[in-house]
Write a protein that binds this ligand. Structure first.
Ligand code: HEC
Length: 173
């Protein structure tokens, strides 16, 4: 509720309470319901992240995916790619249309094939195939950025891990 609406509601509330005050024979106890309008002025809202927030999460996992693959940590690579897919699913659910563009359909069209190919490379534990698939994934990211007038957002292979406090080497059991 914006401030103006709140003021109107608060004023209406005061007016309805006013006549009651005249009938009161003993001093009225502090009006407990006074807290109600304040709470109603800021009802809890479901938080929906903006598209760029989803994209930045994808970027982070995309960085980790590379270093997981490079370290031949295939379990971690599978996990990171799964997380990217999950966030993309969230994008499709929460931002199916972005600036009049059918983003959900574009995601299906642009990136599904590349993700499936990368999943196969990870399952085959083949780094060469993984690296080629990773580059193709980047080309798909960039194709959508170009197609949505975000061609200035260019995705590439990372040269350093975004985080140094995660060990990407395969865990020896
Ligand atoms: C279906 C289209 C689509 C695909 C596929 C896509 N993006 Fe995006 N991306 C967008 C749009 C649209 C924006 C601009 C968002 C905005 O303006 O809020 C964006 C913005 C970004 C940004 C900029 C956020 C910032 O604050 O700097 C990054 C980073 C990004 N995408 C990463 C990726 C990566 C990595 C991939 C591939 C793994 C990818 N995107 C795939 C549509 C896409």
């Amino acid at each position: 509720m914006n401030r103006k609406v709140f003021t109107v509601v608060a004023a209406a509330f005061a007016v309805t309470l006013l006549p009651l005050a005249g009938f009161a024979q003993t001093p009225a106890p502090p009006a407990a319901p006074a807290a109600a309008p304040a709470a109603a002025a800021h009802p809890p809202k479901a938080y929906v992240p903006g598209l760029e927030q989803f994209m930045n999460v994808i970027l982070m996992e995309h960085n980790k995916l590379w270093f997981a693959g490079k370290a031949r940590n295939w379990a971690l690579a599978e996990y990171e790619l799964g997380e990217i897919k999950e966030v993309m699913g969230d994008v499709q659910d929460t931002v199916p249309v972005f600036k009049n563009l059918p983003l959900a359909d574009m995601l299906d069209a642009v990136i599904t094939k590349e993700i499936v190919a990368l999943e196969k490379a990870i399952a085959a534990k083949n780094f060469k195939q993984f690296a080629a698939g990773y580059d193709k994934l980047n080309a798909a990211c960039n194709a959508c950025h170009q197609g949505t007038e975000n061609g200035f957002v260019v995705i590439k292979r990372p040269t350093t891990p975004a985080f140094t406090n995660q060990d990407y080497r395969p865990h020896k059991k």
